[in-house]
Structure formats: structure tokens, C-alpha cells
Design a protein around this ligand. Sequence first.
Ligand code: IMP
Length: 406
Amino acid sequence: VFRIPSVVIVDLQFGDSGKGKIVDYLGDHADVVVRFQGGHNAGHTVVADGKTFKLHLLPSGVVRGKRVLIGNGVVVEPKHLLKEIAELRAQGLNVDVGVSERAHVILEKHVAADDPHGKIGTTRRGIGPAYSDKHSRHGLRIIDLLDEGALREKVGNGWESYLEAGHALSPFFADVSAELNDALDAGKVVLLEGAQGTLLDIDHGTYPFVTSSNCTAGAACTGTGISPKRVDRIIGVAKAYTTRVGSGPFPTELSDGIGEKIRERGHEFGTTTGRPRRCGWFDAVQVNYSRRVNGIDELAITKLDILDGIDPLRVCVAYDWHGKRLAAFPSSVKVLEDCKPVFEDFAGWPETDWSRVKTWESMPQQARHYVEELSRLCHVPITMVGIGPSREQTISVPQAAMLRAR
Ligand code: IMP
């Protein structure tokens, strides 16, 4: 992975898979890290050198002191961006960020119009309304923050504060497409970091219980201005179980003590909104679907350690819909709501002191078996396994083990 010039990282579930940690792990080898969609609805927690950084809009690479970019596909709340930069600087980070002049701006009116009745359970950051204005061609772009006429017209009262934010942000304005293409021409390594997840994608997710952008690998090109021909590798990230925050169907959801245990152990509360996340078993039907939509080359499994002491572990391998077995992920949320998971069970492992685990071989045998089975069920090699929050707690999986499993 490390010598590959451009790598896209996407979440294969409902977001919160721990992409930030995987980007951070790979980020050591990258020169530039870029975000291509979403906005400050995202939340990444990165633990590095004993410090915890909470990121919403900036790519995780910022924690490594990398050049980070916000692509045209992102929607940016300018005052939030200034605040996030200031807070990270106050934590001692050197923030080197460029924001696309073509990215669209989230305004206060977008926040006010976001999911007023709570039907979708959005993060209420104005994401959907900002994308609506973009697509109906009423939007305000980052470059327009310096255009008094445009601000007066599109913001109305209070436009002055946006002009002020525009001036404060102007040193960060960038031509992200030009910069990325130049970086790739110069042989630099670029990481393209997705936000949210495949099942929240506006086209491929559980519509209408989705976010308002494409969260899948194709958006890495449209959201930054690089050609699909320039993407060399696509890495999918999935948790060893499933979580979802907000409304929408979730066939493997656990409403019992096991779900509660996962939520507590996994700290499954939203980084952006603090809402408790719904928790459930790993769903191989979903992840297989996401593998195909994104065309991933490899899979990283995160938070395996959270499953300590749960026995058996269940994995959904198909859906039962009114007595009919569905192996494919349905397009209708009504169908999905009526689907009952068909499980395969695997042996769990006892409570483990993961701080002592440094290699694949030293993982509990049942944990290795579980990972091998996930690889078999998802038809893709698993190359990395997360076993704890810190940067070092990511195990590389020897590919011989994966070959045996598949
Ligand atoms: P929005 O993106 O705020 O419009 O919310 C739409 C849906 O996506 C809601 O179900 C949110 O909970 C969910 N969502 C948005 N961002 C994230 C994220 O970063 N992680 C997980 N869920 C998210």
C-alpha cells in the first residue's frame, strides 16, 4: 500500500467505522490527504501520541502535520472551518490546509432548514439544504465569500460576517484539482479520505435515510477533480460489528444486552451529535454490496477488541424476506425493513489484554478465525485489523492467512 500513489479510503457501512484511524495509520506515508464529500456532519476521533483529536471537517492527515485539502465536493461552513483550524492550532498542531474555491458554503439558513421534523435524524449541520442549493444552482461557493454582491443576494441579513470569514479563510483558498494532479505528477502519495459510509450514500444507500452526498469511491474523483484513471487503490473500512446513528432500516440491530455491551465498550456515541449509536452484528450482505459498489481492493476491519467475551458471534450472511432468501442487498427500504437476518455463528474469544498483542499470530485463535471468515464471506482480502484506539494498535494481516481462508 505504502508506495502506491493514490489511495481512496471508504466506509462500507453507515459511517463511524474508524476510517480516521486507518487514514492516520497510512498517513505516515502520504504527502497529501484530501476530503471529497460531506461536511462537518462527519466526526473522526484520532488518538496520536497520547492526545485525542476530534475532527469534523479537516481530513485526519492533519494530525500528522500533512498538507490537507478540502475538495470541491465538500460543503463547508466557513465559521466552523475557522474554529476547527484555531482549535487544532491551540492543541499544538501545524495546520496546513487548502480549501477548494469551488466547494459550496453552508449558511445559517441551511442549518435552520435541516430535517425540521427529525424524520431522517440528520446531524442538523445544514448538509442536505446546502447540497440542495448546490444542485438547484442557487448555492454560494467558497470563492463567492469574497464577492459582496453575491453575499448580499444569497445571505441577506448578516452577510458581513460571511465576508469577514471569507477574508479570514482566503489564505487557505486552493485549486485542489490542480494541486492534486501536480502532486501526482511529481510522484507524491495522495490519500483520498471518504466521510459517512456507503449505506448513507445518496444513490447507493438506504434512501431516503441517507446523507446528501455520494460517499462511495467514485466521488473521490468528482469531489476533487482528478481522473478515475489516477486512482490506484481503494481500501474499504468496516467495523467488526455494525452501528448506525439516525433513522433507517438496520436488519442486524441488537436491542438486547449484547447491543448495550457493544455500545458501552465501543464508546458508540456520535462524535458530532453525542447521540447513542444503534449497534448490531456484522452484516456481510451489506458489506458485500459495498465491496462491489466501491470496487475495493482490500478491507480493513476495525474495533475487533470490542467483541471480547461475546460468544457466539453472529454474522448475517443473507436476508429472509417473507420466507424468501435474499443474498443481494435490496433497493427498497420497505423490503429491507421486513428482512430478517440469516446468521452464521462463530466462536467468540475470552477477554483479552490487547495491549500485549503486536502481531497477527499473537491474536486469540478465535479472533483470527472470525477475521478469516469475514474475508471469506465478503470475498475480499482483509489486510488490517484494528484492536484498540491508538495508532499502533493496527495489526497487518499476513496474506497467506487470507488465502487459506478464501
Ligand atoms: P446528514 O448528513 O446530517 O444530512 O444526516 C443524514 C444521515 O447521515 C443521518 O442518519 C446521520 O446520522 C447520518 N450521518 C451523517 N454524518 C455521519 C457520520 O459521519 N457518521 C455516521 N452517520 C452520519
